[in-house]
Ligand binder design. Structure first.
Ligand code: HEM
Ligand code: HEM
Ligand SMILES: [Fe+2]
Length: 454
């Protein structure tokens, strides 16, 4: 660790991983409710569990991004973080806000209260006071990181990281706009949900991947930067108007069907670019970095993001196809592989890279870490297949043949049973990962190799 303040990242990564464990366990509970519909129906209704699953996902991914920024910005800009105290304050606000969401939902408190009660829109269900806390914390973060970068060296990596982080924070402001016209409400709601994962977060992804490639493969910075600019340009060019793929059936004018279809098809390009980038860097690179686990997660990230976002996204993005598949298990299949490939793997890659350095040791428990990659990724890929099959059958029976929703669900149980099975693999993989990066490596003393002094 070159800079003392990089240590801040450790606290962020620790909270992120704890929430990651909560997120996947909650997924498993939801998967079980699909098989045993009355499971926990009094204590933890499905909608509350679902909210906890998706929101803990978003919060831990964001905490991972913040941690990554606190880790890589000092190294890139060759400066200590402006104020470590503000960084810890920011983390504290996030933890209090998260606890507030959980308590409000679990005990169904302050129902209907404009400030304290929960709000209903998917992914932005937090009570309004938590939303304000998120904005305050984001402002503290942006101030702290921007001051650090402004005082030090500016690189393409930090510029793009900052652009992404500023963008995502500003877009969150739409969470405060809740028009009563449902079509208008949905139109702005997608500014957050879509322009995050298919716009600003992609910039964060590209810059963190670029940082990892720079460190792990030893290629020249100029080469990394050229790729970075192309990826960012194609991401923004396609992603912004690509929002149209959510405007097909919400009451917006018909031209969105063409704008959405054309631009969102182009969204495959930046994800393909990131995959090509990662492999070309490894191929060209001269460095044989000891941290193999971080490299595995980085390559896995680029590949699975291409399949989850690019291929599984394109699968249902043309309006003629989406007319049939909208809101079916096809959507869930895509949502899982895309979030996992792009953002879960990205965070686990930077955590795998940074943890040994932050804790001052050689990459440890590498084999366990790599085993967790295969177990977790295998689980998510299998889950994606089961949901894709479920979604195909569902689309046909429900949307083509016109059978009732619940009658169709009854016939899909075999896929849901398999989804639950793959979920167990994912949760075990997550536990293995957390164990691998947090536990010290056991000292292996082979007989006969004891110190010669004895
Ligand atoms: C790191 C891994 C995971 C990620 C990134 C993830 C992500 C997501 C996302 C984005 C959604 C919302 C999907 C949508 O609106 O289409 C969701 C819902 C859901 N997830 Fe996960 N999840 C993960 C792990 C799991 C696991 C292990 C299970 C357990 C089997 C699971 C089961 C579910 C269920 C049942 C839903 C609700 C779907 C519905 O509303 O019908 N997830 N998850
Ligand atoms: C990492 C990037 C991405 C992530 C994390 C992601 C995640 C998601 C999630 C969670 C949903 C469900 C939202 C909801 O209804 O609540 C969704 C919907 C959708 N995504 Fe993505 N996505 C990504 C990239 C893409 C790309 C590149 C495409 C197109 C090529 C795409 C096409 C779609 C479409 C068409 C829908 C609407 C599905 C429907 O009508 O039900 N996505 N995405
Ligand atoms: Fe989208």
């Amino acid at each position: 660790m070159k800079y003392q303040t990089q240590k801040i990242a450790l606290a962020y990564f620790a909270v992120a991983m704890a929430l990651f464990a909560v997120q996947v366990s909650m997924g498993l509970v939801l998967g079980y409710i699909y098989i045993q519909p009355n499971f926990l129906s009094e204590l933890l209704p499905f909608n509350v569990g679902r909210m906890l699953h998706t929101n803990s996902l978003v919060v831990w991914l964001l905490l991972g991004f913040f941690g990554a920024a606190y880790y890589l910005v000092p190294e890139e800009s060759e400066r200590e973080i402006h104020s470590p105290m503000l960084a810890y304050l920011q983390l504290a606000i996030f933890v209090i806000g998260t606890a507030g969401v959980v308590v409000t939902y679990l005990f169904n408190l302050f129902d209907g209260n404009w400030l304290l009660g929960n709000e209903g829109r998917e992914f932005i269900e937090q009570p309004r006071w938590v939303k304000v806390g998120i904005v305050v914390a984001a402002l503290i973060f942006l101030y702290n990181i921007s001051m650090t970068v402004l005082a030090g060296k500016k690189t393409a990596i930090t510029n793009i990281l900052l652009l992404g982080l500023w963008g995502l924070a500003l877009l969150f402001l739409f969470a405060f706009y809740n028009p009563s016209n449902l079509a208008l409400d949905k139109q702005y709601w997608w500014f957050i949900v879509h322009l995050w994962v298919e716009g600003t977060w992609e910039l964060v992804m590209a810059s963190i991947l670029a940082f990892l490639m720079l460190k792990l493969t030893g290629v020249d910075r100029e080469v990394v930067e050229k790729w970075l600019y192309v990826i960012v340009a194609t991401a923004l060019f396609s992603g912004i108007l690509g929002t149209g793929h959510h405007y097909y059936w919400i009451g917006t004018p018909g031209y969105w069907q063409w704008i959405g279809s054309i631009f969102s098809s182009l969204e495959v390009v930046p994800f393909f670019g990131m995959m090509a980038f990662a492999f070309v860097m490894v191929w060209k690179g001269r460095r044989d970095h000891p941290n193999k686990a971080a490299l595995l997660w980085s390559l896995g990230c680029a590949v699975l993001a291409f399949f989850g976002a690019g291929v599984w996204g394109f699968l249902h993005t043309l309006h003629g196809v989406n007319y049939y598949t909208h809101g079916t298990q096809i959507t869930a299949a895509h949502g899982h592989l895309a979030f996992y490939g792009a953002y879960v793997c990205l965070n686990l890659a930077i955590i795998s890279y940074a943890m040994p350095i932050l804790r001052g040791r050689d990459p440890y428990n590498q084999v366990l870490n790599m085993a967790s990659f295969w177990l977790m990724s295998g689980g998510v890929v299998f889950m994606t297949f089961t949901l894709t099959f479920a979604g195909t059958v569902q689309t046909h029976l429900q949307r083509v043949m016109g059978e009732g929703y619940m009658d169709v669900q009854d016939q899909l149980w075999i896929f849901y049973a398999m989804r639950f099975g793959s979920g167990i693999a994912v949760v075990l993989g997550a536990i293995l990962f957390i164990y691998a990066v947090t536990m010290p490596r056991r000292e292996v003393i082979e007989p006969g190799l004891q110190s010669p002094a004895e």
